[in-house]
Write a protein that binds this ligand. Structure first.
Ligand code: BTN
Length: 327
């Protein structure tokens, strides 16, 4: 593991103290630098938007962090085994998924997270575009190198869906639901979308990229008029802005914990956690699979992640691709 940057060390010290105070002496010991150098680091943090007060005889106190996504702020005090082992934050990119794949092809580490403030070609499912304005939302791609066969990889979408729901609950108290295969909904409107991509050969996965787009602080006017589905943001439902930093940290922690469960116990606990968050089970649904439409009652998920629908004839259909909506 690389040595943390001074800024990362200082932010981590702030996050470890209950009252938010850290003495200059402590920082100088941790960094192994003079008190003048500490003062310069604090000045740099202030210039980057951190509100830090200096209180005589108590030390420095972090009052407020800017809501910019920076690796050191995201990683400070993060308790992850793997996810976030490296965090790369970009002001803009075409798509964080494309960027993570490019880095994956060049040998990027397991657990790499790529985040962009905005995307010029955010990728949605089925070649659709993901609306990605700057400064308001989270666009993240997590690169994993799981020891699995390629046919197992699509199940990791359920893992990211559960992680997003848990992070939403931690940051807002709201309970999101999931919709097969890759949507997260609040009050029936889409708040997050997931797009997994993979590089593999027949019997080996090189890497999987979990692409996660969450509408955090987007306003109603920022959504395009021609959206195919009702969409919302956390702020629109919660009635107040959500810290992008807090949400990102919660999401990485939850993803890491679920990924550890997946590595230790396989996909069953993940599919079961997903099913608990799905409120369409037992309800009448319509599934559009290209030209074919299937109508019936959603009975749950198959072991391989397929959607199970019982049609009027009593036959159980397994659906592997399509758009589901309540009938
Ligand atoms: C969908 O519901 O259609 C999936 C949307 C996935 C969007 C995210 S944003 C971060 C990552 N980078 C992309 O280009 N797409 C995913």
């Amino acid at each position: 593991m690389r040595n943390p940057a001074p800024r990362e060390t200082i932010l981590s010290l702030f996050s470890q103290t209950p009252d938010g105070f850290v003495s200059g002496e402590r920082i100088s010991e941790e960094l192994g630098v003079s008190r003048t150098a500490v003062w310069k680091h604090i000045r740099n943090l202030r210039q980057a938007g951190y509100r830090i007060e200096a209180i005589p005889s108590r030390g420095y106190q972090l009052i407020q962090s800017p809501d910019v996504l920076l690796p050191e702020a995201i990683q400070a005090g993060l308790e992850c085994k793997l996810v976030g082992s490296r965090v790369c934050c970009l002001e803009a990119t075409d798509s964080t998924n494309l960027q993570a794949c490019r880095m994956g092809d060049e040998g990027a580490v397991d657990g790499l997270v790529v985040i962009a403030d905005r995307q010029s070609s955010g990728k949605g499912r089925l070649g659709r575009q993901w609306e990605s304005p700057g400064g308001v939302n989270l666009y993240a791609s997590i690169l994993l190198r799981p020891p699995i066969l390629p046919f197992e990889a699509p199940k990791l979408t359920f893992l990211s869906a559960v992680a997003v729901c848990r992070a939403i609950n931690l940051c807002t108290g709201l309970q999101a639901t999931v919709k097969w295969p890759n949507d997260v909904l609040l009050n029936g409107a889409k708040v997050a979308g997931l797009l997994n991509e993979m590089s593999s050969e027949t019997d080996q996965v090189h890497y999987v990229v979990l692409g996660i787009g969450v509408n955090l602080n987007m306003s109603a006017e920022q959504f395009p008029d021609d959206l195919r589905y009702p969409a919302t943001s956390l702020a629109m439902i919660a009635g107040q802005p959500v810290s992008r930093l807090d949400f990102t940290r919660a999401l990485l922690q939850e993803t890491d914990a679920l990924y550890q469960t997946y590595l230790e116990q396989g996909s069953a606990p993940i599919l079961s956690a997903w099913s608990e968050l799905c409120d369409l089970t037992g309800k009448s649904v319509q599934v559009d699979c290209n030209e074919v439409k299937i109508e019936g009652v959603m009975t749950g998920l198959a072991e391989d992640g397929a959607l199970l629908v019982r049609t009027a004839t009593g036959k159980i259909e397994s659906v592997y691709a399509g758009d589901v909506r309540p009938a």
